[in-house]
Design a protein around this ligand. Structure first.
Ligand code: AMP
Ligand code: MG
Length: 324
């Protein structure tokens, strides 16, 4: 149980909230859409602790919140269309999914191992003040337990997460109350509506001077960018779960007492394991490519189902599922 501080939206409260983020803690804060549950997007354990607090049974990618549009170029490959949308709708309830840039420094858990990142510059004064004081990228899904209604006040946040997060910044209510609109881009740059939300489709189409494709149309058509519209990452090698030891030719992903070529957490810590999950899967794939003879698969040690273990096992099960 963590003691959840309620911080006032004033200079002292903002400074305290920023220092909690700097220390790897979680702070819920108002945005114009709903309250977000924020943590340093570069800190894998901090990002893992967001999933832990929400009891999220799966790792889906989190939106990275930035103080201003200029920072987006540090993390994503920018384009003319991204510039147009940023000028028209940032700060505001629009998220853009863009290709990750080399040297981005974000945790793999934020992108769920995908080669893309969702970025947004929120307009709410509390979000703006916190992002400026922290002066770094903040990963934030909605500040509610998984499966519950998104919070639009500090009281809603406390009703769901009191004792599970370090602080809530009491910055007043959220004006929009629905999630941000999410736009992605195909390999030919075609803009795709990934999720409807706070900015209307028509407004975005007017700004771009082009129609938005729907996700299903984009997936069916040739414009799908490998990796960009992909809903989850899976390693190239077959994955075998619940293994106590590797079979001949297999690479091993360890956990706890079961050591591997790489180990999620030797001390059996689920937060550390979550933070390492995607990086280790990518690294095992890379290791496999470099080996002769090529390994036949990845054996994965059992990971307990409690807490973050549910989300870790969910992702491992998807990685192990037969490929179409
Ligand atoms: P939320 O539940 O508001 O935190 O929104 C997260 C959603 O944003 C995810 O479920 C995805 O649909 C989308 N998203 C965020 N980051 C990415 C990404 N890197 N690639 C694709 N979709 C993303
Ligand atoms: Mg949510």
């Amino acid at each position: 149980m963590t003691k959840t501080k309620v911080l006032e939206f004033d200079a002292a409260g903002i400074a305290a909230a920023a220092s909690i983020l700097q220390g790897g803690g979680r702070v819920a804060f108002a945005t114009e859409t709903v309250f977000g549950l924020g943590a340093d997007a570069r800190n894998g354990a901090a990002v893992a602790s967001i999933f832990e607090a929400k009891d999220r049974p799966a790792f889906n990618p989190l939106i990275v919140h930035l103080a201003q549009a200029a920072e987006a170029r540090k993390y994503a490959t920018w384009s003319d269309q991204a510039e147009t949308l940023a000028r028209a709708f940032w700060p505001g309830p629009l998220t853009m999914v863009l290709p990750l840039r080399a040297g981005h420094g974000l945790s793999d858990l934020v992108t769920a191992g995908l080669p893309s990142v969702g970025l947004r510059v929120p307009a709410h004064p509390a979000a703006q003040a916190l992002l400026r004081a922290f002066s770094g990228p903040v990963a934030a899904p909605s500040a509610n337990p998984s499966g519950k209604i998104s919070p639009t006040s500090a009281a809603h946040v406390l009703a769901g997460l009191d004792g599970r997060i370090e602080a809530v910044l009491d910055g007043g209510n959220c004006a929009v109350g629905v999630e941000s609109t999410i736009i992605g881009f195909g390999s030919d740059g075609a803009p795709v509506l990934l999720r409807a939300g706070g900015v209307a489709r028509e407004e975005i189409e007017a700004a771009l001077g082009a129609p938005l494709l729907d996700r299903t149309a984009a997936q069916a058509g040739a414009i799908t960018a490998p990796g960009q519209m992909q809903s989850h990452y899976a390693p190239a090698l077959p994955v075998r779960l619940g293994a106590d030891a590797p079979r001949e030719g297999e690479l091993m992903l360890g956990f706890g007492a079961v050591a591997g070529d790489l180990t999620l957490s030797a001390r059996g810590d689920l937060r550390e394991a979550a933070a390492n999950l995607f990086a280790h899967l990518h690294a095992l794939d890379a290791m496999a490519k470099a080996r002769d003879p090529a390994p036949t698969g990845i054996a994965v040690a059992p990971v307990p189902m409690q807490g973050l273990g549910a989300a870790i096992n969910d992702r491992l099960a998807r990685a192990a599922a037969p490929r179409g």
